[in-house]
Design a binder for this molecule. Sequence first.
Ligand code: FAD
Length: 489
Amino acid sequence: MSVYEDIAAIVGEERISESNLDRICYSHDLAPLPDDLLKGFGATKPDVVVRPGNLSHVADIMKYASGKNIPVSPRGGGSWGLGGVIPVGGGIVLDLSGMNRIIEVNIEDEYVTVETGVEWKRLTNAIKKHGFYVGACPTSAPVATVGGYISTGGSSGIGVSQHGPLGDHIISLKVVLADGTVVQTNPWDSWVFVGSEGTLGIVCEATIKIFKKSKMKHMLFGFDSLDAGLEAVIKLNEINPYYFTIMDDGFIRLLKEKGSQLPESKMILSITLNDMDGVQEEKEKIIESVCRGTRLSDDMAEEEWENRYKTALSIKSLGPTLLTQEIRLPARFLGQALSEWKTVLKGKRFAFKGVCSDNGAINLFPVVLTDERNKNEFIKTLSYTREIARIGRKYNGDVYGIGLFNSNQMTDIHGKSLEVMKEIKMILDSKNILNPGKTVESPIPDFFLSFIFTLMKHATPLFAFLAKSVNRLPDSFVNNASKFLKGRK
Ligand SMILES: Cc1cc2nc3c(=O)[nH]c(=O)nc-3n(C[C@H](O)[C@H](O)[C@H](O)COP(=O)(O)OP(=O)(O)OC[C@H]3O[C@@H](n4cnc5c(N)ncnc54)[C@H](O)[C@@H]3O)c2cc1C
């Protein structure tokens, strides 16, 4: 029997597809990685796309895939920009977004239990009715799933600077391991799976602490100098507001091109406080004194909050390709890193947006607008992402997530701990079938990648020609080569 028939027998024919269109759609996420480049990474179309309906389906699929050595790439809303769901070596894409039941909202003990395919916005709306909110939530909440945010680290976004990263709020997870075994975690060993990018297990259910809602206050400040804005950001990290974001003058200009009424400034800081600890008014006064800029109207501040899910991508059409790295770094190094990034990106159309993280860190998105239809220009711009990450590391920061996009920097990112991570991976997934090519193993050896990036930057047309030639190879050839490189039969 074929893989299609075998899995259809587990989940039913309505939950599996091998149509070419579905396979094309599920071979990408938001990452603007051109097909030519992806094929060189061993990333091809999946053989089948499956939408399991419950945890037992997932467990039975993993037992089957493990027996046959078939790669499985879990996928939530596909909203991550780093290619984490792209199926390296083909195999099965597991679209978990259909497993989206809100199983229990427990008001008395203040927790919620959900299937992890539920989107954050649906979850927050469901608990809002009971007067509760979550402690951490991504600004991609309308599409991002609970499982996706857990698996990408959950330490940047709404609520994180006050309540800490999502991992701190997880009470328990139900996870399907690579061989189909189901484990239930406690709050401490949940951390093994937080940020594991679908490489250690498939997170199917989550029980998460929720918080009582209190009144919110939104504030907006414009700064005439970048230094004054950066000074305020460092001090804000001592106050831990519920949420804050940063926009530099480049980002503000792009928003204005899209019709925003925000005033011209060197930096704009948007801050939200809640009144959970009953000291909202005191915090508001402290913020007024540390933000030595112009306080903008409450209406504008309110509007910024209302737009919290939209702002980041609203400028994309100006590219139309938006290339970004996400760098998490301590707020006090922001100024120096910004200045170096600006030097590297000179001549490009770029801007910066930042979102609060935990422990005094900021997640900064250097955004470059480009056009992937102009292949050579795009490839050259893509080569800068490695340099952007290098500057982040120089200032005690690093990329926030690996996926396929940053897999070329595996050794730089992990250093010596890469060996420990490989051992953990071997214990939980000895056949290396869960989301291969991510987190602990680059699909291409490091030395070769450095060479590739040099070609991308300095011999762009030659690189484009080579990549196009690889893209002409049949998928089956690339899949076999990919298996061979990873020692899988
Ligand atoms: C406009 C915009 C705003 C964003 N804002 C934020 C933000 O504030 N904070 C932030 O951290 N990120 C942010 N992101 C990035 C992204 O949306 C988040 O990381 C999000 O949590 C990913 O969820 P997803 O369901 O789309 O995951 P996907 O993109 O589908 O998957 C991401 C990774 O998780 C794995 N995965 C998914 N589900 C599971 C599962 N159930 N079990 C195991 N592995 C799984 C996948 O294999 C993949 O490696 C933003 C993105 C956009 C486009």
